[in-house]
Design a protein around this ligand. Sequence first.
Ligand SMILES: [Zn+2]
Length: 252
Amino acid sequence: MDEKSLEKEKSLLVGKSYKCPVCDEKFTSLGVRSGKVRSEGQDRDLRPRSSSIDSIKYSVILCPHCGYAALSQYFSTVTVHQRKAIEEGITPNYDGLKGQGEVVPEYYSDEEALRRFRVALANCLVKKCKDSEKGNLYLRMGWLFRGRRERLDKDNAGYEKAAAKLKAEEDKALKQALDFFIKARMNEDYPIGGMDEPTLEYLIAALALGAGEKETASKMIGQILVSRTVNDRIKDKARDLKEEVAKLEAKE
Ligand SMILES: [Zn+2]
């Protein structure tokens, strides 16, 4: 990242204070200043776009004392049982602060953002989180790889190779997200992972299309288009997807 974009990114960040629901310690995590980031729409799979900052990098909250980490929407909800599981399954293996003072970085590098996602995934497994939470983590991890790919310098030698590698990582994560969201749709009650029914069905359709699973995509699109309660915005997006599925089929 060049100096100017880095300064811009730093100016959009703020240290937010948290009290850890697992170890009760206080700490500061970086977050994006609300209302400061200009939205430039969404990707097909609902990833928010902004040229000023990749806010996905800041979506995991991680306690530096005990290693508990989760996406912000899940962070404060921990059951007694989950707390115990994290204390036993995460904290002993976590290389935390060990009594040293906390240093809050000015921003998170791509590597640091990815590390935070990996810790959150480990927590998700240990606390036996819902499939929708796993789906949300893998979805955002996929978006993180996409963001990194978009930030690569196209003029650099080795660009093609680096871009292909990141695209493969993105596809792998998004396929995981797709599978977890399909399971969640069958087994969980709405809102699922913070989404209502049409939004989740749309997202599954978009991810399925990306993974080349046209049948799943078509099924979800059909559900959305026949519904009488779905708003026009989602229906329009579903129609766009339908066209893309048709284009894919025409190619075959
Ligand atoms: Zn903690």
